[in-house]
Design a protein around this ligand. Structure first.
Ligand SMILES: *Cc1c(COP(=O)(O)O)cnc(C)c1O
Length: 391
């Protein structure tokens, strides 16, 4: 058997040779004066085009003030899990407000979206059950299927007919179908109405992870399930995250009274972990209010998305079908994506290169995200830089 040191050396060498090595960048100042979206990274100023702070709420004065006020009042840590002494008034109020926002009887807070997805799938699926997921689902939904021990099957991306075939071919007593609402690396919206109708016909339970839809998609940002005109009967389990459009941290599951009561009894990633800091809940209460009220933030995003797609289309870039702030430029091989990202960095733009296994082989890309804080000049700089990339 190889020593651990030898194994690590070989494995890292292989990752580097395939251009799949990942390195973190240290952000020194965020944001920098004169811009609400530029950062200092690697000692240089760059406009951030790869965060998920779509509504620019992570630095909003009212959100920061709510966080500070609650930290003074409640302290920093929650001190325990929700079922012991960690469930504060701030958490409880946020759960009620999130439930009202998505129009469901109850919501349950989780420390991260990863943990919420683990809970949603693994507390509903038993070993003998079937978990069917879209091929491009977020990794946490896939992992949740594995954790459940159920039979995990994947269906063709965004294809209700493929799901229907899968549910016809695979025998099951209980089937859980999982999909992203907005796909995190492509930005397209799942065909939720069609998926819901297949689930209804086949007796499967639909779980939608709307991490990138809530706050952004649909009237008042109520998300892609609401925008598709679907309710609790169609999508009994709705997962949302707080670290993206809401600009804070954490996640939630919304559903019926009994679903939430069941999760409190059964969900291991809820029970065996420390509750979010109450100040994070307080800050999220402020950002949720602003997200719902400030329609101009979504209007601004729509303008930026339209202008980006028009400009990038004229430049002949290979875009995905996306009407959301996630805009992917497909380049193919990992090296092309890395080189494009480095070329943009030299022009003061921060755009992440996304490579396998985050995306399928052959679809390495630049994943560009737009924020309500981007100015017209920021967008023009991005489009100019993109149009000068080598083909
Ligand atoms: C970011 C993301 C998650 C994970 O949420 P965290 O709170 O960051 O753990 C889950 N699902 C999707 C689709 C995501 O984009």
């Amino acid at each position: 058997m190889a020593t651990l040191a030898a194994m690590l050396g070989t494995a890292l060498e292989e990752i580097r040779a395939a251009n799949l090595h990942r390195a973190r960048r240290v952000v020194e100042a965020f944001p920098v004066p004169g811009s609400s979206i530029a950062v200092v990274v690697d000692g240089e100023r760059r406009i951030n085009f790869c965060g998920n702070d779509y509504l620019a709420l992570s630095h909003h004065p009212a959100v920061r003030a709510a966080f500070i006020e609650a930290a003074q009042r409640c302290g920093v840590g929650s001190g325990a899990s929700h079922l012991v002494t960690g469930h504060s008034r701030e958490h409880h109020a946020l759960e009620e407000e999130l439930a009202a926002f998505v129009g469901r009887p109850r919501a349950l807070l989780f420390s991260t979206g990863y943990m919420a997805n683990l809970a949603a799938i693994s507390s509903l699926a038993r070993r003998q059950d079937l978990v069917a997921g879209d091929r491009l689902n977020h990794a946490s939904l896939l992992d949740a299927g594995f954790v459940s021990g159920a039979r995990v099957k994947r269906f063709t991306h965004a294809s209700a007919p493929a799901l229907d075939r899968l549910l016809t071919e695979e025998p099951f007593e209980r089937a859980i179908v999982a999909t992203d609402g907005v796909f995190s690396m492509d930005g397209d919206v799942a065909p939720l109405a069609a998926l819901a109708s297949v689930c209804r016909a086949r007796g499967a339970w639909l779980v939608v992870d709307d991490a990138h839809g809530l706050g952004v998609v649909g009237p008042a940002g109520r998300g892609s399930v609401d925008a598709a005109g679907l309710g609790l009967d169609d999508v009994p389990v709705l997962v949302g995250t707080l670290g993206k459009a809401f600009g804070t941290f954490g996640a939630f599951i919304a559903g019926s009274h009994d679903l939430i009561e069941f999760l409190i009894q059964k969900a291991r990633s809820y029970i065996y972990t420390t509750a979010l800091p109450p100040a994070v809940a307080a800050a999220t209460r402020a950002s949720l209010r602003i997200a719902a009220e400030d329609g101009w933030r979504r209007d601004r995003l729509r303008v930026l998305i339209e202008r980006f797609r028009q400009g990038a289309g004229q430049a002949g870039l290979n875009l995905t079908q996306s009407v959301t702030p996630i805009q992917a430029v497909i380049l193919g091989e990992p090296r092309s994506a890395l080189e494009a990202s480095a070329a943009l960095a030299r022009q003061g733009l921060w755009v992440a290169a996304i490579r396998p296994p985050t995306v399928p082989p052959g679809t390495s890309r630049l994943r560009i995200t737009l924020s309500a804080a981007h100015s017209d000049e920021d967008l023009d700089r991005l489009l100019n830089a993109l149009s000068t990339l080598p083909p």
